[in-house]
Design a protein around this ligand. Structure first.
Ligand SMILES: Nc1nc2c(ncn2[C@@H]2O[C@H](COP(=O)(O)OP(=O)(O)OP(=O)(O)O)[C@@H](O)[C@H]2O)c(=O)[nH]1
Ligand SMILES: [Mg+2]
Length: 164
């Protein structure tokens, strides 16, 4: 898998998305520091909201192959300046979260991410697992086997065996 760093304001849904991408149980956990483990770097929202801490995000982008800018559909304004993705020498994707929140506005969030410079946008509800397979497919590299591919491979092997 290509490594992704998730950025966005507090409550944007970075930790929840991390849990969904890893197939873990969704449970609230306030991020206090950067979690740079395997293929996902989960950052605290305060890093995106505070100028000095923001410099650390620039460094973490070098640790990743892809930068994911999160914006919840419910956010009242965007933290991302126009064309800010041009500052980054990694692929930058936009991720709209909380897409089913009735107080949200998915189109507005998408417009803000496009204004920031994101060309590829994903739409997710991490709690319902919506949009998660699409992100995993996007991050997949040659040789990676995703859970549902594993299942279909197992079925094919079983069928082949029973045909013998
Ligand atoms: N329905 C829904 N709720 C979500 C989604 N993403 C996050 N939430 C909820 O929003 C709240 C904040 O989510 P977090 O994932 O902790 O947000 P965060 O961006 O990691 O926040 P910080 O750690 O403070 O930076 C939690 O109560 C989540 O359950 C989503 O896609 N859909
Ligand atoms: Mg968090």
């Amino acid at each position: 898998m290509r490594k992704i760093v998730l950025m966005g304001r507090s409550e944007a849904g970075k930790t929840t998305l991390t849990q969904a991408l890893k197939g873990e149980k969704i449970q609230y956990h306030k991020t206090q520091y950067v979690n740079n483990f395997d293929v996902i770097i989960d950052t605290p929202g305060e890093y995106a909201q505070t100028k000095n801490l923001g410099y650390a995000l620039a460094l973490y982008s070098y640790e990743a192959d892809v930068v994911g800018l999160l914006l919840a559909s419910t956010e009242p304004y965007s933290l991302y300046p126009p064309c800010c993705t041009a500052m980054c020498n990694r692929e930058v994707i936009g991720i709209v979260t909380k897409i089913h929140d009735e107080r949200g506005n998915v189109e507005r969030a998408e417009r803000w991410l496009r204004l920031a410079g994101c060309k590829k946008i994903f739409y997710v509800d991490s709690k319902r697992n919506e949009g998660i397979p699409e992100i995993l497919e996007y991050l997949k590299e040659d040789g990676d086997v995703l859970p549902w591919e594993e299942e279909s491979m197992e079925k094919t092997t079983k069928n082949n065996k029973s045909n013998i």
